[in-house]
Design a protein around this ligand. Sequence first.
Ligand SMILES: *[C@@H]1O[C@H](CO)[C@@H](O)[C@H](O)[C@H]1NC(C)=O
Ligand SMILES: *[C@@H]1O[C@H](CO)[C@@H](O)[C@H](O)[C@H]1NC(C)=O
Ligand SMILES: *[C@@H]1O[C@H](CO)[C@@H](O)[C@H](O)[C@H]1NC(C)=O
Ligand SMILES: *[C@@H]1O[C@H](CO)[C@@H](O)[C@H](O)[C@H]1NC(C)=O
Length: 255
Amino acid sequence: MKYINILVFLLLCVTFVKSSDLESRKVHLVDYYQLPNGNTNYFFRGNEPKKTLSNGINKSNYSTAILAYDDLVEYMRNNSQTVYGITLPDQFYIIDIKLVTGPLPSELKDVELEQNFFAAEPQLGEFHMNQTFGDIIDPQFVSKDNLEKYATSLPTWSKDNLPLRMRDYHNILITQRDLPVVLYVHCECGCDRTGEVMASYVMRFKGWNLEKALEWDFQIAGRVINFANRWAAQWYCLYLYYVEKFDIDCNPPPL
Ligand SMILES: *[C@@H]1O[C@H](CO)[C@@H](O)[C@H](O)[C@H]1NC(C)=O
Ligand SMILES: *[C@@H]1O[C@H](CO)[C@@H](O)[C@H](O)[C@H]1NC(C)=O
Ligand SMILES: *[C@@H]1O[C@H](CO)[C@@H](O)[C@H](O)[C@H]1NC(C)=O
Ligand SMILES: *[C@@H]1O[C@H](CO)[C@@H](O)[C@H](O)[C@H]1NC(C)=O
């Protein structure tokens, strides 16, 4: 299993080198929770919250990236309003979690950007990272006996630790603070690693089956998501089925 994780890491290094600006179509409300004090906390997915400013003149200093805080808030407000009729509160506290793999050298600049932004504006929120690799065993090629065995022992071999992570995210959602909380979980593209984690969340907390969860990811990404992240979501589905005794269908969508 150790070698497998190294292989996953190398594959991801090759796959995730591109980084782009925050996109409205990637920002989606995933869940919300009303607290005893009357506040509501929210859970959003999205992509890297940055904006590249290009100065257009000096080629050796062609562009600088800034944290796209205002755009992020605008896209969140727009998505929750137009899709769910939910008006976000005037003020909220963002818990920003970036899904990283390493972080990769290509991600370091964005990590720094987010770290610096929230260090300078601690009243707006806080920044964290969660390692996300995906798994490279395709459940389709595992025998029924081993399927149950691997699914049951998932927390011991899968680096992404989705069972614990889903509880962590849900705990943030249901924890009351002075201000309403917006949990924002994203990677660079908001497609593959984010897709894995969000598919897992909606299977665990919203009763979706694997096919519906992954179709939703594909639609947001505008493509099929990376195999390692699809398989990790499927292993988590099987964990829900065998260990948590969920009545859930873990067949992936046709590709
Ligand atoms: C690069 O250009 C931007 C935009 O014009 C400017 O704000 C920034 O200070 C420049 N950076 C350097 C290192 O010159
Ligand atoms: C272009 O930007 C680089 C890096 O900021 C700077 O060292 C250089 O002097 C600039 N060149 C001009 C012509 O402004
Ligand atoms: C607002 O949200 C709707 C529905 O998701 C989307 O179609 C539209 O492009 C969004 N507008 C902006 C300005 O983000
Ligand atoms: C994810 O990040 C949060 C915030 O730093 C941390 O508390 C949690 O332990 C991390 N979860 C996993 C599974 O790494």
